[in-house]
Design a protein around this ligand. Sequence first.
Ligand SMILES: Cc1ncc(COP(=O)(O)O)c(C=O)c1O
Length: 363
Amino acid sequence: MSVNFTNLYQLIPEKKRIFKKINSLIKNSKFIGGIELKNFEKKFSKFVGTKYCIGVGNGTDALEIAVKSLNLKKGSEIIVPNNTWVSTAEAVLNNGYKVVFCDVNLDDYSICTDNLKNKISSKTSAIMVVHLYGNPSNITTIKKLIKGKSIKIIEDCAQAHGTKFLNKHVGTFGDVATFSFFPGKNLGAFGDGGAIVTNSKKVFEYCLRSRNHGSLSKYDHKFSGRNSRLDTIQAAVLNIKLEKYNESNSRRRILAKIYFDNLKHIDSIRLFNLSKGNTSSFHQFVIRTKFRDKLKEFLKKRKVDTMIHYPYMLSELKFFKNTKKLKKSHNLGSYILSLPISEEHSKTEINYVCKCINDFFKK
Ligand SMILES: Cc1ncc(COP(=O)(O)O)c(C=O)c1O
């Protein structure tokens, strides 16, 4: 047996319907904006539970625009967890603010709230809360820590479609939140795509203009924005995929349970330790072991694809000019391993991956 990490073509549901829709959009020259985009923004804000949604070109632009929309003080510091995709920190730098890296906890790899206490300073204007791997960050504790302070929360939900904290979808807790629809994401488009969600009318109005050169209609520029629109074909694909999204997420949870059940007794592996009552969307299923490289090699020989998210911590990238060592995440990129998981993987495949891992540790 061989197990791919992911097979994007297989992940496309209702292929005939989607291809027919794309054909009709092309025939009618509907490429930018229009009813598909409006519908998607309406449906996605309903899905998340926010008042507003603005479709944009990708999750990185979503973050950059979201940070800008908050109009933070010049010279501000924004706290970013050390283990995340580079975009989260780029959005801070590209807006001219200072990145302050915070450690991550080793239970679910989201921001470490103990370390966060020490990172908050008089210059902190915002915290990037990343729901990494689809695991919800502890928003209650974060909110307690910033109570009474003028600190905004930006939720990076790029990996967290369908993730819930205390039964509420992530992205509804902060001042503004962002999503990515990169093809490999749980809810992926046929190219790049992203969205910003918020309950604030002011943020909404800013982001809506910002994605389209500061204008709402032709030649109505009110400020300098950019071109970052979610195009019509991507919106149409996402509209169809969103209909059955909850089902595909349930499937990931079933497969994650197989991993938990079959790997929990292996002493040399650490699994996610998720708080009860919250819902992960299992964008990645990440394990941690000091035998990571040998295990990865062994699985490759058994035709099981794995990946590493991420092989470096952001503070290790030189251009962020970070000099402080963060205890828990130091060198974390050498221990973590992402196992295959998607709604298209079969139980047999996941059981096979578990068997291979068990074989490796029995040797
Ligand atoms: C946590 C996180 N933030 C932001 C992004 C950026 O999204 P995009 O690739 O759509 O620009 C990603 C995508 O990989 C991500 O995983």
